[in-house]
Ligand binder design. Structure first.
Ligand SMILES: Cc1cc2nc3c(=O)[nH]c(=O)nc-3n(C[C@H](O)[C@H](O)[C@H](O)COP(=O)(O)O)c2cc1C
Length: 163
């Protein structure tokens, strides 16, 4: 994934040199600018068996700030925010790999360094007993739950940083 560039970022940013699960790295420029989830909309995307994005709807393009062509063929970790604990994604992958659906609250990173919270449901697509792709549908999150999880996720990230 391409490093984030200051000219693409809106607002004052903090810099991270992030290492993903597969060992690849990316420069992240992160701001405190929130984009609220548009009431009544759904953000939808699909992946292939390798976890690469094969379809995304207009709400996804709008909320993430990425163009459709930047998104297609990319992994969802293009949206990975450093405030999200690793344990949340481990739980997601451990669940869908068994063919079960996963739901949870996710803070996502926008192309411009800002963020947006979603309540996501990831549904594996199973053909002949094999997971051949996934669909993810994100709804407007409960604000009370988001407020609660800001501290919970911060504690989890701090603990992960110590291990
Ligand atoms: C269908 C599907 C949708 C996903 N959506 C997101 C997402 O919106 N934001 C996100 O950070 N990770 C999402 N993930 C998890 C990423 O694949 C990845 O595990 C996560 O961003 C953490 O990156 P890492 O595993 O490379 O550390 C999704 C995974 C799947 C299978």
């Amino acid at each position: 994934m391409r490093d984030m560039r200051p000219e693409d970022v809106r607002g004052e940013w903090r810099e991270y040199h992030w290492t993903y699960f597969d060992g690849t790295t990316r420069r992240l420029l992160v701001t405190d600018v929130e984009t609220r989830f548009p009431t009544g909309e759904l953000i939808v995307s699909q992946t292939d068996a390798a976890g690469l994005i094969t379809m995304c709807n207009e709400a996804f393009v709008h909320m993430s700030g990425f163009s459709r062509s930047e998104m297609l063929g990319a992994p969802h970790s293009i949206l990975r925010h450093p405030d999200m604990p690793k344990a949340a994604f481990a739980d997601l992958w451990n669940t869908v790999v068994m063919g079960r659906r996963w739901s949870g609250y996710v803070k996502n990173l926008r192309r411009d360094g800002g963020y947006y919270w979603v309540y996501a449901t990831v549904i594996p697509k199973i053909v002949d007993g094999l997971v051949v792709g996934h669909t993810s549908v994100r709804r407007e999150p409960s604000r009370d739950k988001v407020e609660e999880l800001i501290d919970v996720y911060a504690t989890m990230c701090a603990e992960e940083g110590l291990t």
